[in-house]
Design a protein around this ligand. Structure first.
Ligand code: FE
Length: 265
């Protein structure tokens, strides 16, 4: 009987001995597996490790966009190129800053060249934004722009005194027809309603202007020319860098040109 009990007992003990070592290795093999995974997949684990600190503020976006952000180095480039702007979080916030820069680039801070005032300037013109009078012929024209300093900052309250020929190429040297002055608004903007002046002997079509910027700045006397017209007629005074830029016609179909005057600081 004793032998009959001893044999099963020993078999049982052997089974226990066999099971005990095999169960603990499975646990260690799992931890080893994790350790191996962490060591075998350093990139995948390293990427979230390095990204989680900054992206943790982005919550769901960070979880949704880890791969694009990791591959889109522009995010890092954008933050590098625009450190003063909101670099911390989303890449998309960098694009608006890019839309701001063109506005800054729009002004190259080059002083507007001066030109002769010619023999037809008359002072003390009436203040008016429109030189168009009832019954006046000619091609309607809208001229808009800004008066800026060399830092491309708008100058408010600058006086612009315009004069030009009529549709027949004639100046009014007695009265104030086709003459008038106005002041820039708080953003340095002006808008002149007029007609397209005509050429006269020796001159291509142009508008004369004097810019009286405040704070004792030197008066700028110059002329503005029309793309596609003024540059098609020989004229020794004409300068291409004084050509206005064409804008889409306004709602009434009127031709719209723009010219910014840059004066000294
Ligand atoms: Fe003239």
């Amino acid at each position: 009987m004793a032998r009959r009990l001893i044999i099963p007992f020993t078999l049982f003990m052997l089974l226990l001995a066999a099971c005990a070592p095999s169960s603990s290795p499975t646990l260690t093999s799992e931890t080893q597996g994790v350790a191996q995974q962490s060591s075998n997949t350093p990139i995948s684990t390293a990427v979230p490790a390095t990204h989680t600190p900054p992206e943790s503020t982005n919550t769901s976006q960070a979880a949704d966009m880890p791969l694009p952000e990791a591959t889109e180095t522009p995010t890092a480039e954008a933050t590098a190129t625009s450190p003063p702007v909101l670099s911390p979080t989303q890449g998309p916030t960098d694009t608006p800053s890019a839309t701001v820069t063109p506005e800054v680039i729009a002004c190259d801070a080059t002083l507007t060249p001066a030109q002769t005032e010619g023999p037809f300037y008359t002072p003390n013109t009436p203040e008016r934004a429109s030189l168009v009078e009832v019954g006046m012929g000619g091609t309607p024209l809208l001229v808009t722009g800004q008066v800026l300093n060399q830092n491309c900052e708008p100058i408010a309250g600058a006086k612009l005194d315009f004069w030009q020929t009529d549709d027949n190429g004639e100046y009014d040297n007695v009265g104030y027809r086709m003459r008038g002055h106005q002041f820039t608004d708080e953003n340095g903007n002006y808008a002149l309603e007029t007609i397209l002046p005509s050429r006269y002997p020796g001159r291509t079509p142009h508008i004369h202007v004097k810019v009286f910027a405040p704070n004792g700045r030197e008066v700028l006397t110059t002329q503005v020319y029309f793309p596609g017209i003024s540059d098609q007629i020989p004229d020794g005074v004409f300068r291409p860098d004084l050509l206005a830029r064409d804008l889409p016609p306004d709602e009434s179909g009127r031709r719209h040109i723009a010219f910014d005057f840059v004066v000294s600081n």
